[in-house]
Ligand binder design. Structure first.
Ligand SMILES: [Cu+2]
Length: 455
């Protein structure tokens, strides 16, 4: 491909073409990062929202997401105005802050209280908003499950996954935008840094190392055939090398393995990795030097090469495109650098097909189990499968990537977790490699939730 064509193709791939609609960064970012095929579908969904009366989209002003002013003005903000009926009271607050509340149901122990507290943190102030998403009957059941009558403090706090930087959200709000070099190469400017990273906002930060001060590093997206130039500046006091995992390199000196293909990048130095992204799919980039420590502490990220000719399964994706990178060493058991309840749910609207790109940057296999839904496995290690297959538990080994799609056909909040039990649950409830897929009635519910999270 000619360089200029390459860059044009790239630009068109990352910029929505719908310039007529209001396009604040967050919406554009969502459409771009989420890889939403159905730009028009989302726009139509927002338009439909003008006339939607049931369920009411009644949380989160819609103005900056391009929704009509009428809907925005009719929308009360989320909690506490739509909080469950229990009024705030000093007594309730005191009870919620005690380690073991009074009047526990028969048979409950500290484990039950701790396990519930974790989920309360996960749901946060989305709980009251769920009334407008799911309706009274479902909501009332959820109120019972969470014990919302206790008026616990998290009802008015953002979910735990909104308290810390998260890949899905940062890719959406502040995506790393490449520039185009004179030779047509797609140029990414990267740094390697030491920084403090919170696996969970309730835990002390860990000493992380990673790209652009993120764990995982920003997702790098290019088009098949693009010439890529990724320049890494090493701001750490330790040497490193960066390997683009899954790339078919024409020049093996770009492979990023210190002492095999290059001299390591010394502190203060830069190295420019230059290659053609000839192989499409879900690839990765990570340190290939002192890697147990460097990758274990966050030197990793997704490198996504969008295909020239997507398959029918890829074309069917009209919901979020979710990158799900696991680690299991120095930061504990994590998904995208966080442990439950700080893991961002996979969001889907009824009828949408979402894509999940599992990537294992850890040291052990993790069998991902989807509750309520089968997963259609469409690619392994970036290679499209000649015969996609269905499963509900998919083991992803270190270094592997699996792409799956899920068609969201049933509403609800569905657990989605590694099935090696010590990776997900302990005496204090669920932790680590636990997530959910949240299926809501309409695309605008997702838009509103994202608005809430990114506000
Ligand atoms: Cu696991």
């Amino acid at each position: 491909m000619e360089p200029t064509q390459s860059s044009q193709t790239h630009e068109s791939s990352v910029e929505p073409s719908d310039e007529s609609a209001p396009s604040p960064l967050s919406r554009r970012g969502f459409l771009r990062t989420a890889g939403v095929v159905g730009l028009t579908g989302v726009a139509a969904g927002l338009a439909a929202c003008q006339n939607a009366t049931n369920p009411q989209w009644s949380f989160g002003p819609a103005a900056s997401m391009g929704a009509p002013a009428a809907a925005a003005s009719a929308a009360p903000s989320i909690a506490p105005s739509v909080a469950p009926s229990a009024a705030a009271s000093p007594a309730a607050s005191a009870a919620a802050s005690a380690s073991l509340p009074p009047n526990l149901p028969a048979g409950w122990t500290a484990h039950d209280v701790a396990a519930r507290a974790v989920v309360r943190r996960y749901v946060g102030n989305l709980a009251p908003a769920l009334k407008t998403v799911y309706g009274d009957t479902v909501f009332n059941q959820m109120v019972k499950i969470l014990g919302a009558a206790d008026n616990y403090p998290e009802l008015t706090k953002k979910p735990a996954f909104a308290q810390v930087p998260n890949l899905f959200v940062t890719d959406l709000t502040t995506p790393l935008k490449p520039t185009t070099d004179p030779d047509g190469s797609v140029h990414f400017e990267m740094t390697v840094d030491d920084f403090d990273w919170q696996i969970d906002e309730m835990k002390a930060p860990v000493k992380a190392t990673g790209y652009n001060r993120q764990w995982p590093g920003p997702t790098l997206r290019v088009k098949e055939g693009d010439k890529v130039r990724a320049v890494f500046t090493n701001n750490r006091q330790e040497t490193t090398g960066v390997h683009f995992h899954g790339v078919d390199f024409d020049n093996f000196f770009m492979d990023g393995v210190p002492f095999v293909t290059q001299v390591p990048i010394a502190p203060g130095e830069k190295f420019s990795y230059e290659f053609t992204a000839s192989r499409p799919g879900s690839l990765m980039y990570h340190s290939h030097h002192n890697a147990t420590d460097q990758v274990g502490r966050g030197q990793l990220g997704a490198f996504i090469v969008e295909p020239k000719n997507p398959t029918a399964d890829e074309k069917a994706v009209n919901g979020v495109d979710y990158t799900w990178i696991s680690n299991d060493s120095l930061g504990g058991f994590t998904i995208n650098g966080h442990g439950f309840p700080a893991t961002v749910p996979v969001l889907a609207a009824l009828g949408q097909t979402v894509r999940i790109r599992f990537m294992n940057e850890g040291t052990m296999p993790h069998p991902w189990h989807s509750h309520g839904y089968g997963m259609k496995v469409i690619a392994r290690d970036g290679f499209n499968l000649p015969q996609p297959y269905l499963c509900d538990t998919l083991t992803v080994n270190p270094g592997e990537r699996y792409d799956v799609t899920i068609k969201a056909e049933r509403l609800g909040i569905w657990a989605f977790h590694c099935h090696i039990l010590p990776h997900v649950e302990g005496t204090d409830g669920m932790f680590g490699m636990v997530n959910t897929m949240i299926v809501v009635p309409k695309p605008e519910h997702i838009t509103a939730i994202l608005k809430l999270l990114t506000a």
